[in-house]
Design a protein around this ligand. Structure first.
Ligand SMILES: [Fe+2]
Ligand SMILES: [Fe+2]
Length: 342
């Protein structure tokens, strides 16, 4: 399934989700073959996006580092632990120690050289938290973190947005760009609230607590809540990974492309440049399923990452016949370059 802008429909796409009006009434059922003539009527009904079947999805080999079912299990385990948590009732939170060990174990066992695919993201906090743990582990590995240091960093990641549980505003699916001053002020409290809830917990290392408090701070002291310039690597790691993942997931911000998110974190005043360069090497610029154009003017869809985050394997879609398609690994000399995303 892929999200299509109504304006890019070319006809014959098969609906993968029904098209509904604001009042919930279904105007087009799943399985409907779309016609070009529908574009105008959908636009006049203020429907800009639809979900249609993606004929190339079956060729994709997505790299999430963890297998999809393992990734989902981590998300569900985290949700089960955090959703039962009540302010200052911490016995249940200690279950996170097991989750931390599992996450680091699976990460250490994963032999994956391809760049990470960041695809089909939602603004779900638990999904966001597992991605941040993964990104911080990628950085920790490059910085030669010991097992203990890695576990402490991952614990900080799992707890970092805990404070959202103590505020009334629904954090899910919002963009900070749409909030008024007092709502924004309320949401920004999640850092302090998370930290004070955990402050006296002796089983949580100081560095993990500090990651919770400082994950929205910036190198130049322009962040919040304390406008601190943190020197600890773990704090700087969670700051850059959180900013990146918020951008690509649409959590706390409007949803951005991978390239726009890299633009955001390449600000040397705010984020550590070495960390940004590592993430650029580790995260695929063009996630599986991205429709691209090569410098030869050919249209293709990305089906797999390679070791080079900017040179994936693509499948040419132009003139494709049943069971006859051409793929090309762009991670080799003389291979064409991608010029833009379509
Ligand atoms: Fe946050
Ligand atoms: Fe976050």
């Amino acid at each position: 399934m892929r999200e299509y802008r109504v304006s890019e429909l070319t006809g014959n796409e098969i609906l993968a989700k029904p098209v509904c009006l604001d009042n919930g009434s279904v105007i087009l059922e799943i399985g409907t073959a779309l016609k070009v003539s529908y574009k105008e009527s959908l636009t006049s009904l203020n429907i800009q996006k639809i979900y249609a079947e993606d004929p190339f999805e079956k060729y994709e080999k997505v790299n999430l580092y963890f297998k999809p079912d393992v990734f989902l299990k981590f998300e569900n385990d985290l949700k089960a632990i955090l959703s039962q948590h009540i302010y200052k009732e911490h016995s249940g939170l200690r279950k996170l120690e097991n989750l931390v060990r599992e996450l680091v174990n699976v990460f250490e066992m994963t032999k994956e050289d391809r760049a990470l695919d960041i695809k089909d993201r939602t603004s779900d906090m638990y999904e966001h938290t597992i991605y941040i743990s993964l990104l911080v582990m990628l950085l920790g590995k490059e910085y030669g973190f010991s097992r203990k240091r890695m576990e402490n960093a991952v614990l900080g990641c799992l707890l970092h947005d805990l404070g959202y549980r103590y505020i009334d505003i629904n954090y899910k699916g919002y963009s900070w760009d749409d909030l008024n001053y007092s709502q924004l002020h309320e949401l920004k409290k999640h850092t302090v609230l998370g930290y004070t809830a955990l402050e006296n917990e002796v089983w949580i290392p100081e560095i993990s607590k500090l990651m919770v408090l400082s994950h929205h701070e910036r190198l130049d002291g322009s962040g919040y809540p304390l406008r601190q310039k943190n020197n600890q690597k773990e704090c700087r790691m969670i700051q850059i990974c959180d900013a990146f993942d918020c951008a690509v997931s649409g959590m706390e911000s409007s949803k951005k492309t991978i390239i726009q998110a890299f633009d955001l974190i390449s600000d040397k005043e705010k984020f550590e440049s070495r960390m940004e360069k590592i993430l650029e090497r580790k995260i695929g610029f063009y996630p599986a399923g991205t429709v691209v154009k090569t410098e030869e003017g050919k249209k293709a869809v990305v089906i797999s990452q390679t070791e080079n985050a900017q040179a994936p394997i693509i499948l040419y879609t132009g003139g494709m016949k049943e069971n006859h398609f051409v793929t090309e690994n762009l991670n080799r000399k003389k291979a064409p370059k991608i010029t833009n995303i379509i």
